[in-house]
Design a protein around this ligand. Structure first.
Ligand code: FES
Length: 200
């Protein structure tokens, strides 16, 4: 598993370059108002910019983490076995069809696998109870912190919410909703853009 993210918007670097140039040419009196009026909006733009995720080297079963808007986003390349568990977990999860609206699931992920392509799950890795980040528990059974019939998924260690391989929360858990599916789309077979689904 490896992490990589590349903000699409490279204008921040340009802005820094322009700011330095303004300081060098016009002196501090010119540069200060320029910095205060220009830098914050550029920072904000970079912080909210979509993030490209290269999935070309991901193997079945891998989870890749990227950061988008200060939040962890996971891309999971699910195996056939992982996908096969979703039918079994559907009767046990609180909102199998992702109909809840607090964190609406985009239409293109409102399906049993909660994704555009079944193989790849893209979710925000934050539990919607109190904001902890769940951990991978991909192995079935054999873990005392999980039910005996555990088929694999995610566990939030804070108060025990559990999620299946589609990020759907199990019934009667503190988390009020499934893991959020962020807006995203495929730029190619090997690249996903997180934060923009205008062409999804
Ligand atoms: S924060 Fe996840 S169960 Fe409480």
């Amino acid at each position: 598993m490896s992490d990589s993210s590349k903000p699409v918007d490279s204008s921040r670097r340009t802005a820094i370059g322009l700011t330095c140039a303004a300081g060098a040419v016009g002196g501090a009196a010119v540069a200060i108002p320029f910095v205060s009026s220009f830098a914050p909006s550029e920072r904000a733009k970079a912080a909210g910019a979509p993030v490209e995720v290269d999935i070309s080297t991901m193997q079945p079963g891998d989870l890749k983490r990227v950061e988008w808007r200060g939040k962890p986003v996971w891309v999971v390349r699910r195996t056939e076995e992982m996908l096969g568990t979703l039918e079994k977990t559907a009767p046990k999860v609180a909102d199998p069809d992702s109909l809840r609206t607090a964190f609406p699931t985009p239409d293109y992920a409102r399906n049993p696998h909660r994704s555009i392509k079944p193989e790849y799950l893209v979710v925000v890795g934050i539990c919607l109870h109190l904001g902890c980040s769940p951990i991978e528990k991909f192995e079935a059974g054999g873990d005392p912190s999980l039910p005996d019939d555990w088929v694999g998924g995610f566990l939030c260690p804070c108060h025990g919410s559990t999620f299946d391989f589609a990020g759907r929360v199990y019934k009667n858990k503190p988390a009020p909703d499934n893991l959020e599916v962020p807006p995203h789309m495929y730029l190619s077979e090997s690249k996903i853009l997180v934060g923009d689904d205008s062409k999804a």
